[in-house]
Each structure stands twice: as C-alpha cells, then as structure tokens.
Write a protein that binds this ligand. Structure first.
Ligand code: SF4
Length: 308
C-alpha cells in the first residue's frame, strides 16, 4: 500500500477528496500527524473564519466508524511495512526529511469543520483512543475545536473526563485527550470579524471559563490581518485579559492544574478561499504579541509557542 504524506500546505487535497484519515507533516505537531476528518462530505462548521483554508467542495463519502478503523489500521500497516517504502513524500519534503518524521506525533481530529458538531464525536474519539493505544502508543490524541461542543453539558463533561484521563481509553500518562481550543478574540467586535459565528461571544467565553476550572487544554490563537487591519490595541488587551483570566481561574484548583497548559500563537500560512480578506502578519509582530502576553500573565507562566 502506498500513502502520500502531504505538507502542511496542501493536505486539503486529501481532505477535500473525501479522506477520513489523512497523513500530513504538521508544523504544530512538529512532525507526522494523522488527521481524522469527520466531514468528508462537506464543510460543516459553526464559525465562518475568513482565514479558513477549507475550500468549497462536496463528496458522497460519509464518515463511519468502520472507515475510521480501516484507515488507521491501513496506515499503521503501511508504516510497519518498511518505514519509508510504503510511503511517498510530498514533493516539498525531501525523502530524508520525511523519513526522519515517520514516528507518528499525533492523531488529530480536525478536517473540514468543527468536530464537536458531529453526532459520532464521542464514539469516534473512543475508537481513535483505543486504536492509538494499540497501534500508535507513542502518539498523542488531539481534538482541535472552536469550543462549540463546550456549550453542550454532556459533550463538555465527556471532553473534560477524556482530557483529565479519568476514563478509558484515555487513562494513563500521555494517553489523555489533548484539546486544542481556539480563542481568537477577546472582544465581541474582533470575534465578529475573525470568527463570524452566530454563537454568542459571551456564552462561548462563559463555557470556556467553566471548562478552564475542570480540564486541561491548549489555547490556539490565529493572529492575522482582516481587511488589511491587524487586531486593534483594545482587542489585543482584551484577549490578553481573557487568557489571564483562564489561567487565574485554573490556578486555584488543586493539581493536576486544569486550564491552559500552553498557548499557540499562529500566523496565516495557507491559502484560503476568501483571500486576500485575511492576510498574514510578519514574524516580528507575532513575537511582539508573545512578549506582551507573557508580561500580562506574570506572575503566572505558561509556554507560549509561535508558529509563523
Ligand atoms: S473554526 Fe476552523 S473549520 Fe471552522 S471556519 Fe474557522 S478555521 Fe474553518
């Protein structure tokens, strides 16, 4: 079996061709990541981010648990066959770069939309957790979410238990579900610009604050210009205050401390169907935002990573 590992730039070729399981070299996973796509048929999301990289497409492929299991088993078999011979690297990665990345860093629920909107989210995460334990024991299991599922108490409770590792198959060191939670805005005005969601900003913030008191997660923030303008200063301050509040809220809870464990500031690196509405900022600006946040968080500290 030959599988193609694509770069961070063009894994949409697989996702938009209806792939449920797609390998990709990921900058934020720092290596080989196996994407899990619950929406092979069409984009399904509660946000409408102008930087979103999912181009319009439709397919007649539906997500199913047997297809997820088959995809994860087939990919593990291809890896075991001979490290590199069952795999073809993307042209932008040289064979040597690819072969150094053949350890799977994570299994990541992302794909064409918001995974927590899918009715099979829980069984899919549980199946992926079991198969991760069996086939990819060194890999993390990651859920990339915009937080919509936290508005539903049953989903929030399940995600909190999985992230804390207090239920199977997520128990044991390194087996917990790692949740990467989008927090792009600190004000309603910027939220309307950068996420364009019908979900109320206040209710989403309340749900995230509640979650911060009971489960660990990683904050992800996209930093880009919208309509040629970067976030205004009042937005930057409000976002820093929100992150600080999330860290403070969790700091009063006995260890293991819940709330933000680290924060990823990332710039726009991929084409989007609405280009040039959203535009990248330069690395110097991202580093300034990092320094400003670290100062605002003091005396609290969490790792703040920058991905250009
Ligand atoms: S939350 Fe993610 S999938 Fe949804 S519109 Fe934004 S970038 Fe796209």
């Amino acid at each position: 079996m030959a599988l193609t590992i694509r770069s961070a730039q063009d894994h949409r070729l697989d996702r938009e061709a209806g792939a449920i399981v797609y390998p990709v070299i990921s900058r934020r996973a720092r290596g080989l990541s196996i994407g899990i796509n619950l929406f092979p048929d069409k984009k399904t999301c509660s946000f409408d981010c102008p930087y979103c990289e999912v181009f319009p497409f439709t397919s007649d492929i539906q997500f199913s648990l047997p297809a997820l299991e088959r995809g994860l088993r087939e990919f593990a078999a291809a890896l075991n066959m001979d490290g590199s011979q069952g795999l073809r690297s993307d042209p932008v990665f040289s064979p040597s770069e690819t072969s150094t990345n053949l350890n799977v860093k994570d299994l990541s629920f992302s794909g064409n939309g918001e995974p927590t909107l899918h009715p099979a989210l829980r069984p899919a995460l549980e199946m992926a957790g079991r198969l991760r334990n069996e086939l990819y024991p060194q890999a993390k299991l990651v859920l990339i979410t915009n937080g919509t599922g936290l508005l539903d108490p049953e989903t929030a409770n399940f995600l909190a238990a999985a992230a804390r590792g207090v239920m199977e198959p997520f128990s044991g060191t390194g087996k917990e579900l790692e949740i990467w939670l989008k927090v792009d805005a600190g004000t309603e005005a910027w939220y309307r610009n950068i996420n364009r969601s019908a979900i109320s900003f206040d209710s989403l913030c309340r749900a995230i604050e509640d979650f911060a008191g009971r489960a660990p997660f990683v904050i992800q923030t996209m930093v880009c210009k919208i309509g040629g303008q970067p976030a205004p200063q009042e937005e930057v301050q409000a976002w820093e205050n929100l992150v600080r509040r999330l860290v403070e809220l969790s700091s009063t809870v006995p260890p293991p401390r819940p709330g933000p464990q680290r924060l990823q500031l990332y710039g726009k690196a991929r084409p989007a169907p609405e280009d040039p509405l959203a535009e990248p900022v330069n690395e110097a600006y991202l580093l300034e935002r990092r320094a400003s946040l670290i100062q605002k968080l003091a005396p609290y500290t969490i790792p703040v990573e920058v991905f250009v």
